[in-house]
Design a protein. Structure first.
Ligand code: SF4
Length: 400
């Protein structure tokens, strides 16, 4: 059994398509001396707008290939052949692609005739100062917004009451969306307890190992989890290595000790081993619409052991509260939630909305406002060009 625990995170760090997107977008990561696979010098004038909708990954990029300047879209793949596999060949949405960026070289891609290909892996794979693990994928594309004041600061920094109102609405929008997705899964699976268990497990994985924990919960459903805590931990840690690691590699670096997967598995085993039905009954008895009920529910989660009040608060906001809403036990998302830890995207969004010298007390004491920061980050900041041009939040708030 010990070998399971020792080797579970031993796989080499993989490069994903998302890594290649970040490498393309961020001029500080992208190699400067690029050439196309045909050996023609390539200069990136503008990487384009990160497209979060359907279609090419980046819109309206400007590149110089040899002496020719081209403006158009950029598509990112791990392998050249992915162009065909992803069905872009007959899709007119890809007709404007001027550059195909890949990680692996080799294999021909039936890209549009005027489209060049560059293989970033050829320039980075052998560099000893490069490791994909050092790229904070959650930081893209918003981290590339400049540190200078953003247009939203002009709207909100002097109107804190207005901002609180906007954050509350944004937080509710985020959690209502989670509740709707839970309802859809209830209908699809017919097993509410398993849906709850999978969502809680994903929350145990925190952002870097959420998918792996979710896969683990699917691999060992709650009904198959041993009722004894130690046995449940052994079952989870072995499945983590023997089955999950192959499917969804565990992230080992840039994970704080408190979020280390093995530590989280101990808490998951303690919370769920033979206790899920009872846990659901106890949480249902808490009046989550009130501050007292939120605090009582957080205390129940903290009984699991090495979890911490802030992480428990995050689970309460992201899973327990939307779950109650999905079950119609809440009429609306409550106006106050236990505050979780202020994570990097929340902090950055707050800086942008309020300026660097703002007082975090405005939002840090209410988990719903923190959820609002995340919603603004995802809904507005992620999808814009680095100059924030056309930010829909600013326009809706009456700014220019
Ligand atoms: S995208 Fe909008 S909300 Fe985000 S930093 Fe730019 S102006 Fe502010």
């Amino acid at each position: 059994m010990n070998s399971c625990k020792q080797h579970v995170f031993a796989a080499p760090p993989p490069v994903s398509e998302r890594h290649v997107q970040a490498l393309w977008y961020d001029g500080t990561l992208r190699p400067g001396d690029l050439r196309t696979v045909d050996g023609v010098p390539l200069r990136v004038v503008d990487p384009g707008v990160w497209n979060l909708e359907a279609g090419p990954d980046f819109r309206n990029a400007v590149v110089e290939i040899g002496t020719q300047r081209r403006r158009g879209d950029v598509e990112i793949h791990l392998r050249a052949g992915d162009w065909l596999q992803h069905g872009h060949v007959r899709d007119p949405a890809y007709d404007r692609v001027v550059l195909h960026v890949t990680w692996f070289n080799g294999g021909s891609a039936p890209v549009p005739p005027s489209c060049a290909t560059v293989c970033l892996g050829d320039f980075l794979r052998t560099r000893t100062d490069f490791s994909p693990d050092e790229i904070d994928l959650a930081a893209y594309p918003y981290a590339c917004l400049p540190a200078t004041p953003r247009p939203c600061e002009g709207v909100f920094a002097r109107a804190p009451d207005f901002l609180v109102e906007v954050l509350r609405a944004a937080g509710r929008r985020r959690l209502e969306g989670k509740a709707r997705r839970l309802v859809a899964r209830f209908m699809r699976t017919g097993d509410r307890a398993q849906v709850f268990y999978e969502e809680m497990m994903a929350a145990f994985g925190y952002k870097r190992n959420a998918d792996s924990f979710r896969a683990l919960a699917a691999c060992i459903p709650w009904r198959e989890l041993p009722t004894d805590r130690a046995a449940a931990y052994e079952a989870l840690s072995c499945a983590a290595e023997l089955e999950v690691a192959r499917l969804v590699p565990w992230q080992r670096t840039n994970v704080r000790p408190a979020n280390a997967p093995l530590r989280r598995l101990v808490a998951a085993a303690a919370l769920f081993a033979g206790a899920l039905p009872e846990l659901l009954v106890r949480l249902s008895a808490c009046d989550l619409a009130s501050r007292e009920g939120q605090l009582a529910a957080r205390a129940i989660l903290c009984e699991a052991g090495p979890l911490g009040a802030r992480r428990a608060a995050a689970m309460l906001a992201n899973v327990v509260t939307p779950f109650a809403r999905a079950e119609n036990r809440l009429e609306t998302i409550p106006g106050w939630l236990c505050p979780e830890e202020v994570c990097a995207p929340m902090r950055l969004t707050a800086y942008r909305l309020l300026g660097r010298d703002h007082n975090p007390a405005l939002y840090a004491g209410n988990g719903l406002l923190l959820q609002g920061l995340l919603q603004i980050h995802r809904e507005f900041c992620l999808g814009v060009h680095p100059d924030c041009g056309g930010c829909a939040l600013v326009q809706a708030a009456g700014g220019s």
